[in-house]
Design a protein around this ligand. Structure first.
Ligand code: 5GP
Length: 119
């Protein structure tokens, strides 16, 4: 199955739907999650059309991958999360509970995040 350019994050990237922007550069857009699960809950998405972390890891260029993960670190540091720690999550596909089929990493922090997998 190919990339669905009507997914909600594709629309946000094209500016068709607003977002609460946290950071943007040539490689990523980052914005606050609409339903935050922690005091800080930022979504980081690549500007390229990648469905999942699997698609991104297989298909993205070294430059895109470097740019993406540098931005994740920058955002975590800018938000003051690096010293106390934070969690990153990349839900993938049906078993991973991925709702939006454009690769995104959740950055969650600002408090103890709790168990890694909810029971
Ligand atoms: P997933 O389950 O795909 O890993 O996570 C999708 C996330 O996107 C959820 O945490 C959900 O709250 C968030 N989300 C869904 N629609 C929107 C939206 O229109 N704007 C923003 N900012 N977040 C959204």
């Amino acid at each position: 199955m190919g990339y669905d350019d009507q997914n909600i994050f594709a629309k946000i990237l094209r500016g068709e739907i607003p977002c609460d922007k946290v950071y943007e550069d040539d490689y990523v857009l980052a914005f606050n999650d609409i339903a935050p699960q922690a005091p800080v809950h930022v979504l980081v998405i690549p500007k390229g059309n990648y469905i999942s972390i699997d698609d991104f890891g297989r298909e993205a260029s070294a430059e895109e991958i470097k740019g993406f993960y540098e931005a994740v670190s920058k955002i975590a540091n800018d938000k003051g999360l690096a010293s106390d720690g934070f969690r990153t999550i990349a839900n993938t596909g049906a078993h991973g509970g991925q709702e939006v089929p454009h690769f995104h990493i959740h950055i969650l922090g600002g408090a103890v995040i709790g168990p890694m997998v909810a029971s």
